[in-house]
Structure formats: structure tokens, C-alpha cells
Write a protein that binds this ligand. Structure first.
Ligand code: 13P
Length: 255
């Protein structure tokens, strides 16, 4: 419980089709209250952004992308720029997801450049941080998360980053059905906020820190009850309307 408005974002990852997206969005529109007490964001694959943008028109649902180029324009085949994401209606973009880091070799430096690119265009980055199981077992969790966040703050500064969010996603909890306990998550969220506070206490108090990793309607309430957990970044459960709506309800009730 905090004075920060919660945010629940659905990261659809490499899933969806025009038909499935239409069905999912219409179920979400029908199930979300007109005056939502939580921010609700869906993040479809790039090719569906414009169509989903039209489908969520005049609803409480907001749009995000799953990745962005570090460059603004030019000869970068296959990339999509932050300005283009704004142009099709995105307000948010997920950056530095552990799948980007692990599968595509994205480094802390590239992640920082992407966050800077998003902020230049008025897109709100959702910066993902989190440790692997080996790092947790080695007692390195807080160091890893601090390093990942500091790499970005060193480039953007705290003031520009105040438009952004952080998502703590322990790699061992993603898609595994194994969630961090509320206490385990809270410990890391508090460290994320402390890292921000070392640069600016006011900004640290305002930035929302989301938890991600096997969040479901059944475990969301206990996670969102923690002092420094301000919502969730949801993978698998965001593809199921009832599950995602249950998580949004839990977030609204935590506020
Ligand atoms: P799951 O909710 O499927 O574990 O995925 C979490 C995630 O990676 C969200 O970005």
C-alpha cells in the first residue's frame, strides 16, 4: 500500500494474432471499470500496435511496446524507433527484459541507450532488472539489480528517469510458476527505491516499481500489499482476460 497509483502491464511477448487480440481487448474493455483505480497497459508485438491502439480507443487501457531502437532514425534495418512507437499511440515501452538480455545479448549499456531514446520521445520506459538463479544463490541479487539500474541512471540522470518505471523480474520466476515471495520481492524493491533515493529522494518516492514473474490473480494481492510493490508486469497471465482482470482488480484494491 502506498500513495503511488498502481500499474499493471501485460507483456504479451511473442504471442497473439489479429483474431486473438481482438477477442482479448474486447474482454478487457468489458471487464475493466470505467474509472479504473489502476493504470492498465497492454504490450503487444510491434506489428499489432496500430490495430490494438485503435481497439483500445476511448477505454482505460493504455499501449506499450516490448522493445525499441537506441537510435532515432536512419540505416538500422529491422529496428523500430521510439518516435514511431509514439506515432502509433504507445505511451510505454518495456526495455531491458531478461529475454532481450539473455537471448539477444542486450547489455546494460545498450539498455541505457534505449531508455534514453525512449525518454527523448516522451515514451515512459519500463526498465526491467533482475537476477538469475545462480546470482541469487551466490548472494548477488542486490548487487546485480543495483548495477542494472545504476547503468541506466548514469546515462539518463534521475530527473529524466522520473518519467520511467522499474520492473523487478527475477529471471528464475519468469514463466516458471515459481514466484518470489512477497518478502523476497519487497527486499529487492526497497533496494531499487534506495538506489534511486541516493540520487533523488523525491523522485525515488514517486517512481513506480513493478514486480514480474509468474504473477497470477491468486498471488497478486499478497505481492501488491507490500510497501514498495506498485503493480505488476505480467507475462503468461496477461493473455487470459479473466486472469489479467483479476490481477488488475487486486492492484486497484491495494491502493
Ligand atoms: P510470466 O508472468 O509469464 O512469468 O512472465 C513475466 C514476464 O517476463 C513479464 O515481462
Amino acid at each position: 500500500m502506498s500513495n503511488r497509483r498502481p500499474l499493471v502491464a501485460g507483456n504479451w511477448k511473442l504471442n497473439g494474432s489479429r483474431a486473438a487480440n481482438t477477442a482479448l481487448i474486447s474482454a478487457l474493455r468489458a471487464g475493466l471499470p470505467a474509472q479504473s483505480r489502476t493504470d492498465v497497459v497492454v504490450c503487444p508485438p510491434y506489428v499489432y500496435l496500430a490495430e490494438v491502439s485503435a481497439a483500445i480507443h476511448d477505454s482505460v487501457i493504455q499501449l506499450g511496446a516490448q522493445n525499441v531502437a537506441a537510435e532515432d532514425s536512419g540505416a538500422f534495418t529491422g529496428e523500430v524507433a521510439a518516435g514511431m512507437l509514439r506515432d502509433v499511440g504507445c505511451g510505454f515501452v518495456i526495455i531491458g527484459h531478461s529475454e532481450r538480455r539473455a537471448c539477444y545479448g542486450e547489455t546494460d549499456d545498450l539498455t541505457a541507450a534505449k531508455v534514453a531514446a525512449a525518454l527523448r520521445c516522451g515514451l515512459r520506459p519500463i526498465l526491467c532488472v533482475g537476477e538469475t538463479l545462480a546470482e541469487r544463490d551466490a548472494g548477488d541479487t542486490l548487487n546485480v539489480v543495483r548495477r542494472q539500474l545504476e547503468a541506466v541512471l548514469a546515462v539518463t540522470g534521475a530527473e529524466a528517469f522520473s518519467a520511467g518505471l522499474v520492473a523487478y523480474e527475477p529471471v528464475w520466476a519468469i514463466g516458471t510458476g515459481r514466484t518470489a515471495t512477497p518478502m523476497q520481492a519487497q527486499e529487492v524493491h526497497a533496494e531499487i527505491r534506495a538506489t534511486l533515493a541516493r540520487r533523488d529522494a523525491t523522485i525515488a518516492a514517486a517512481v513506480r516499481v513493478l514486480y514480474g514473474g509468474s504473477v497470477k490473480a491468486s498471488n497478486a494481492k499478497d505481492l501488491f500489499a507490500m510497501a514498495d510493490i506498485d503493480g505488476g508486469l505480467i507475462g503468461g497471465a496477461s493473455l487470459d482476460a479473466a486472469g489479467f482482470l483479476g490481477i488488475c482488480k487486486a492492484a486497484a484494491e491495494s491502493y
